[in-house]
Every structure is written in structure tokens, then in C-alpha cells.
Design a protein around this ligand. Structure first.
Ligand code: 6PG
Length: 256
């Protein structure tokens, strides 16, 4: 990775400090975007890591600092499971955060998992184009996680979407992958933003925690550039800021 992305790396000694910093970053970028353009467009991620961030953002000390009526929420990827399935990323974000703040439901743009994966990708891309109108599909903030196998969003190693050079939304099938705690990070069909879509954002934040991420994080940041194996290496904003907020356990190998 470039030294620039290393310079944007922040290692936090506690999980509390990690999540408070991420929540403050979201508040700051929201206020800046709304001040400059009258609205804030944010794309959320799924998985376990952001749960505590969403819970923190739902507390009055943070939720009262965000103008939710001017905030528009999207998702960087989705698992093609029913909206009421706890694995569904929108279900998770709604139940922990969005259902607990004063955001108009029309400001929340979920990936339509009631359609086939291919139809959902086409429809969501159209929805984004309608929302952004003549503007570029450029989010103010995109939250990302890092899978143990190097994926981010649903850009998984060895899949067609790794090679996709266009700003868009794609569907893909990902082989189910069992990981030690029994949860499968990749469970069938998914819909995802492409890396160029993500790289078009003003602010991109990788939020990473846990010792199980220490090896993959070191490979992504310090290893050779092998995006087909470590798709997170594709993330390099074309005209924006990339930050890595990691806890000390995930960052354990970086100082070596
Ligand atoms: C998803 C996420 C995915 C996630 C990573 C890390 O749908 O699962 O969008 O990209 O960020 O798999 O997940 P954890 O936070 O659970 O480790």
C-alpha cells in the first residue's frame, strides 16, 4: 500500500476509543457535507465490527449531533437473504441505529433483496443514479470492514467483481466459507459496490478490530499488491480521504 494510506492509519488502544473516534469522524464529515452541500450521503457496511459503532451513533450524545433529515443512508453491500434475516446488513443497521434515530424512512436506501441478485444490482444502481442525478455517484462517507480473507464490502478474492473497473453495483455468488467461530462471512449470493464506486467517495473509513484481523491487515497494508487475493487493496480513493481505524489487536503486526 502507498505510504499515504499508512499515514492515515490510526491504532486505538481500546475498542471504546476506536468506536468513539469512528463516531466522531462520521459526525464531523456529516456536518461538513451538510454545511457545504446541504446533505450527507453515507454508505454503511455489515458484519460484526460496526455493531458497536451503530449502537454508539444511536445514543443521544452522538445522534443529537447529526441532522438526520439531511442524512441519506445507503449500503456498500448486502447479503441476498430476507430483510428480516439477522445476517442482512440493512436489518442490522436498522435495528441497532436507524430505527432509533429521527431519520425519515425515505432517506434510507436498502438493496432490494426481494428481487433476484442480478435484478437487485440493476435496480440499486438505477436508484443511485436517480438519487445523485447529474452529479457523479460520489458518497460523502463509505464505511468498510475487512474480512479475514482480505475482502471488503462483498468484493471477495477470486471473484469477477475484483476486475470490475466501472462505477456500479454488481451481483455475485460467493462460495460459503466457514471460519473458526462458525459464522460464514460469505454465504451465497451477494450484491456489492464495485471498487471504483467506493474509490469515488470523499471519505472512506476501514473500521477493523480483533486479533483475528492482524495477519490480513498487515498483508493488505504492507504486503505485495495482489488485489485478486486481497481485494481490500483495491481501495484507493481517486479524490478523497482513506482512513484506517484499527484497534491494537488488529494492528499488532503493523509496528513491527
Ligand atoms: C459484510 C460486510 C463485510 C464485512 C467484513 C468484516 O456484508 O459482511 O460488508 O465486508 O465488513 O466481512 O466483517 P466483520 O466485521 O464481521 O469481521
Amino acid at each position: 500500500m502507498t505510504t499515504d494510506s499508512k499515514n492515515k492509519l490510526e491504532v486505538f488502544q481500546t475498542l471504546d476509543a476506536l468506536y468513539v473516534a469512528a463516531a466522531n469522524f462520521i459526525v464531523d464529515t456529516a456536518n461538513k457535507a451538510i454545511g457545504e452541500r446541504g446533505r450527507y450521503t453515507i454508505s454503511l457496511s455489515g458484519g460484526q465490527t460496526p455493531k458497536k459503532l451503530y449502537a454508539l451513533l444511536a445514543t443521544p450524545s452522538f445522534s443529537n449531533k447529526i441532522q438526520w433529515e439531511k442524512t441519506f443512508v445507503f449500503f456498500g453491500d448486502e447479503r441476498c437473504v430476507p430483510l428480516d434475516d439477522e445476517r442482512n446488513n440493512a436489518h442490522q443497521a436498522k435495528s441497532i441505529l436507524l430505527d432509533n434515530v429521527d431519520i425519515p424512512s425515505s432517506n434510507i436506501h436498502i438493496i432490494p433483496v426481494d428481487l433476484s441478485p442480478a435484478e437487485a444490482a440493476v435496480k440499486y444502481e438505477k436508484e443511485l443514479k436517480i438519487f445523485f442525478g447529474k452529479e457523479s455517484l460520489r458518497f460523502d462517507f463509505i464505511l468498510l470492514g475487512l474480512g479475514e480473507n482480505g475482502h471488503t464490502a462483498s468484493i471477495f478474492p477470486g471473484t469477477k467483481v475484483v476486475e470490475d473497473k466501472t462505477i456500479g453495483i454488481r451481483d455475485l455468488y460467493v462460495e460459503t466459507e466457514k471460519i473458526p467461530d462458525g459464522l460464514s462471512h460469505s454465504d451465497g449470493f451477494r450484491v456489492t459496490m464495485t471498487a471504483p464506486m467506493i474509490n469515488n467517495a470523499r471519505n472512506i473509513l476501514f473500521l477493523i478490530a480483533g486479533e483475528e484481523k492482524r495477519v490480513v491487515l498487515d498483508k493488505v497494508l504492507n504486503g505485495p499488491y495482489i488485489p485478486d487475493k486481497y481485494p481490500a487493496q483495491l481501495i484507493k480513493p481517486s479524490d478523497g480521504e482513506l482512513k484506517w481505524f484499527v484497534d491494537s489487536k488488529a494492528g499488532a503486526l503493523l509496528s513491527e
